[in-house]
Design a protein around this ligand. Structure first.
Ligand SMILES: *Cc1c(COP(=O)(O)O)cnc(C)c1O
Length: 223
């Protein structure tokens, strides 16, 4: 299917999920995840009107970035090795995988400007998932306030591997509640307005639970 057709279907689903949760579709940012696909297909996504692109590995990110440069807003969504920070830091617009102090320190050291980060949280507790435990997030935010180049714009999570919609929804809801608690702290360096949650199979649930950034690969550009 061409990307513009897929995008229309996704937009219809977004509309419906926003209707159910009394939200505006304008609040929802679609990140086209292009990790599975070619430059050609990525170009199709941009032509269809996708503005945000996401890659989960440094190599894939560099390949796409070198080709498209500032035509897109760039999201790094995969786990990030500390030693790879210097290669991507002046190119990414958002990092979705801030999950440890050593990474915060390296980002602060290597960047010349403020970096928009999401703190990745392992809400489901699955061993295979990256991210910090929910109760570690507030202490982490307090520790990183000394790293002046880091701005925590939101929280990110991955849904657990299950078909149980209630379980998935519960994870998204927990992340939203954590975000709300953080907002009440009014941290200067962590406004935490955004929630990066929801992928091809569960973005409708994520939107109903408050997602502002949905990361869609297979249903948008294919796999
Ligand atoms: C691959 C990936 C996605 C997109 O997955 P789909 O199920 O294909 O939509 C979203 N987020 C992260 C972190 C990913 O690695």
């Amino acid at each position: 299917m061409d990307v513009s057709h897929n995008l229309e279907m996704i937009q219809a689903t977004i509309q419906e999920a926003c209707g159910k949760s009394k939200r505006s579709p304008k609040e929802i940012n679609i990140i086209g995840v292009t990790k599975y696909v070619t430059i050609e297909r990525t170009k199709e996504a941009l032509q269809a009107g996708i503005e945000h692109l996401g890659e989960n590995r440094q190599e894939g990110f560099m390949e796409k970035y070198e080709h498209f440069g500032k035509q897109a807003t760039w999201h790094f969504i995969g786990s990030l090795q500390t030693r790879k920070v210097k290669e991507i830091i002046d190119k990414v617009d958002f990092i979705h995988s801030l999950d440890r102090l050593s990474l915060a320190k390296e980002i602060d050291k290597r960047s010349e400007k403020t970096v928009n980060c999401f703190v990745q949280v392992n809400v489901s507790g699955e061993e295979s998932k990256h991210g910090m435990k929910p109760d570690q997030v507030v202490p982490f935010l307090e520790e990183i306030s000394k790293y002046s180049k880091i701005k925590v714009v939101g929280l990110m999570t991955m849904a657990p591997h299950t078909d149980d919609e209630q379980v998935i929804r519960g994870v998204f809801r927990d992340l939203a509640e954590l975000r709300n608690a953080i907002k009440e702290e009014h941290y200067q360096h962590a406004p935490c307005d955004f929630l990066s949650m929801g992928m091809s199979n569960d973005y409708h649930l994520a939107i109903e639970e408050g997602a502002t950034h949905i990361r869609i690969g297979s249903k948008l550009v294919g796999s």
